[in-house]
Design a binder for this molecule. Sequence first.
Ligand SMILES: NC(=O)c1ccc[n+]([C@@H]2O[C@H](COP(=O)([O-])OP(=O)(O)OC[C@H]3O[C@@H](n4cnc5c(N)ncnc54)[C@H](OP(=O)(O)O)[C@@H]3O)[C@@H](O)[C@H]2O)c1
Length: 323
Amino acid sequence: MRTRSLGNSDITVSSIGLGLMGMSPGVYGSVNDDDSIKTIHRALELGVTLLDTADTYGNGHNEELLGKALKGRREQAIVATKFTFGPNWEFIGGHPDYVRKAIDESLRRLQLDYIDIYYQHRVDPSVPIEETVGAMSELVKAGKVRHLGLSEAGASTIRRANSVHPISAVQTEYSLWSRDVETEVIPTLNELGITLVAYSPLSRGFISGELRTFEDLATDDLRRWMPRFQGENFQKNVEIVDKIKEIAQEKNCTPSQLAIAWTIVNGALPIPGTKRIKYLEENVTAADVLLTKEDLERIEAVSPKIAVAGERMTAEGMSAVNL
Ligand SMILES: NC(=O)c1ccc[n+]([C@@H]2O[C@H](COP(=O)([O-])OP(=O)(O)OC[C@H]3O[C@@H](n4cnc5c(N)ncnc54)[C@H](OP(=O)(O)O)[C@@H]3O)[C@@H](O)[C@H]2O)c1
């Protein structure tokens, strides 16, 4: 697995990470902790070091799972977690007192002494970012956190945050189908030397081509409530995926590998999520898929910026991004 640096930090990470969110119940169908732990171990064996979790995934379950998986393997991993939400995605925010409380709870669940990358999961419009990042920087001084990140922050917030303490990573949804960060956020990150960590690089699995109908989603699968998976949007998006699939076949790769490679070509560090070894092994080889200028033009022709039907999140979710 190739490696790269994370922002201006001293951390070297794998060029593809692993997102753990779907290893908790109520996200993307049924889960099995033993299988998920085997997938995390396989990721480490393959040189995938960046493991992405959050305190809210599974109401703490996800961090606890990672803690178990890392027993005796801590030094092989770069652990990233996030704060902002309480149980059941209740928005708590970025007040300094909460930052201090949340980190201790994450460290306890993860059974770790320190976290490599600590993200604010969503910007809190009621607390100046300088105050939140000020509190986060105290955690760095205290040795509880190595580097700081933001998720779904807007360009001016990123700039203000970075003037308080260096921000190493900004995590946001970025894929062939989610490109709003290209206008302002990516140029700002490039200017400041911050890494874009691309979450949901497969648009929540849609671009893999495995999902053909709404009924493919389990009854508790959160994608049932997401606009891209609703009604006629679903079928329109399947048609785009089929065109992406054709290009992938010609390139001798899968649509997932093509989509992940596309984020890498665009400078991002993707963290595709899976609970399965099979998908993990497929996804990590995306680092070897070479996309030429002609390939990129063909991909753009079949999947231009605004071709996808439906916003990437619900209206409530969209109201909390790019702040
Ligand atoms: N900062 C934020 O606000 C935020 C938001 C969302 C996600 N994230 C992070 O980003 C990570 C990745 O995003 P994501 O999990 O939402 O979306 P994703 O990576 O776009 O897609 C994950 C889904 O795709 C499926 N999948 C993965 N590889 C596949 C393959 N090769 N073939 C077929 N299907 C495949 C997975 O299946 P299985 O479930 O069957 O394994 C899962 O259902 C998350 O785990 C989380 O750590 C962060």
